[in-house]
Write a protein that binds this ligand. Structure first.
Ligand code: NAD
Ligand code: WQD
Length: 348
């Protein structure tokens, strides 16, 4: 059984579907601070399986101990965390408190229970301002905002665990997989689950979808003068279902005979960069909808381009992205148009 913290969220819900379809039992722990119980119902609807769902906070060590004592948990995927860069700049304490304490409580409970297989949701943000592209996992790490720093601190904390195992000659060592996501977009092809941001979206794809449906008047394209193909920012967009499948591969590897030795990081992206305007135009063309936009000033903190070298995930996890930009924009639009108010809509 796999414990999925934050499993009601955007990436977590898609991962639950793929885990169940791969034959794993899942147990979800989520405090619903940025998600809805409805996502779990829809995962159940999609898979035809019921999910053990606990509404609770990962910072609550008592809940964790009960879960480890009462369920045959083999590994944990740790999605639970706060993820808004802007909000983290306004309220860093909140971000450090939530993201770091969740992880501390979780690894303590895992150690106490003797369950030492962990997949952690890291981010391409840990590469800071990229010195070279494409980004490989061994490049220098840094943080440019408190959210990114919380991910970096957690990565560092996790890297200390195998060192302690060696010192303590632990009979059962830690196996930790750090998955560094690039830019997750898209939704399940059923249109039943997808990204449901609170308020004004920070990220590009939900902003495009909400503009297309008329909830937002106009997309601001942040910067038209970068040294890129058309002057707009370039990112490595990855379909959330591909990302979810990457988690299944990571769990398969952790639980296999030649599992993960200590801590290993993997980039999860497509390896290809796409500009803002390339994504907007693909969205318009594939979905036959209008997306009014205007070029505005650069957003502070943005880099011109960021994309992954994905060879390590391909060679060592046997994973690579299969879905392209057409799938990303079509599936995002299907989710948005069928659920204009996200999970607060009545079922279609
Ligand atoms: P999300 O907000 O949709 O999901 C996170 C889930 O964690 C939510 O359901 C939320 O309710 C839950 N949660 C938060 N704090 C909790 C706590 N203290 N106890 C229990 N549950 C808690 O976000 P997502 O996009 O699915 O991201 C999942 C993970 O991936 C996060 O750790 C995020 O930082 C990381 N990540 C996301 C992106 C992205 O662009 N979406 C990119 C890189 C990394
Ligand atoms: C993508 C591109 C913007 C909105 C963020 C986090 C990162 C990771 C993924 C969690 C950029 C442009 C955006 C808009 C625009 N999350 N844009 N108009 O900044 O690459 O990464 O999400 O770990 O840590 O920083 O993603 O979707 O915000 O931006 O022009 O309204 O779209 O300038 O070029 P980003 P994004």
């Amino acid at each position: 059984m796999i414990l999925v913290t934050g499993g009601a969220g955007y990436i977590g819900s898609h991962t639950c579907v793929e885990l169940i379809e791969a034959g794993y039992d899942v147990l979800v722990l989520d405090n619903l601070s940025n998600s809805s119980r409805e996502s779990i119902h829809r995962v159940e609807q999609l898979t035809g399986k019921s999910i053990s769902f606990i509404e609770g906070d990962v910072r609550n060590g008592d809940i964790l101990n009960v879960l480890f004592n009462t369920h045959p948990i083999d590994a944990v995927i740790h999605f639970a965390g706060l993820k808004s860069v802007g909000e983290s700049c306004e309220n860093p304490i909140f971000y450090y408190e939530n993201n770091i304490e969740c992880t501390l409580k979780l690894i303590q409970a895992m150690q106490d229970a003797g369950v030492k297989n962990l997949v952690f949701s890291s981010s391409a943000t840990v590469y800071g301002d990229p010195q070279r592209l494409p980004l490989t996992e061994d490049m220098p790490l840094s943080a440019t905002n408190p959210y990114g720093r919380s991910k970096l601190i957690i990565e560092d904390m996790l890297r200390d665990l195998p060192n302690a195992d060696r010192l303590n000659q632990a009979a059962q060592p830690w196996s930790v997989t750090l998955l560094r996501y690039f830019n997750p977009v898209g939704a399940h092809k059923s249109g039943l689950i997808g990204e449901d941001p609170n308020g004004i979206p920070n990220n590009l794809m939900p902003f495009i979808s909400q503009t297309a449906i008329g909830k937002r008047e106009c997309l601001s394209v942040f910067g038209g003068d970068y040294d890129t193909v058309d002057g707009t920012g370039v990112r490595d967009y990855i379909h959330v279902v591909d990302l979810a499948k990457g988690h299944v591969k990571a769990v398969d590897k952790l639980l296999s005979e030649n599992g993960i030795d200590g801590v290993q990081a993997f980039n999860l992206g497509t390896g290809h960069g796409l500009s803002v305007l390339e994504l907007v135009n693909a969205f318009k063309d594939c979905n036959q909808v209008d997306v009014p936009y205007q070029i505005s000033g650069r957003r502070p903190g943005d880099v011109a381009a960021c994309y992954a070298d994905v060879s390590r995930a391909r060679d060592e996890l046997g994973w690579q992205a299969e879905l392209g930009v057409r799938d990303m924009v079509k599936d995002s639009w299907r989710w948005q148009s069928r659920n204009p108010e996200g999970y607060s809509d009545i079922m279609m």
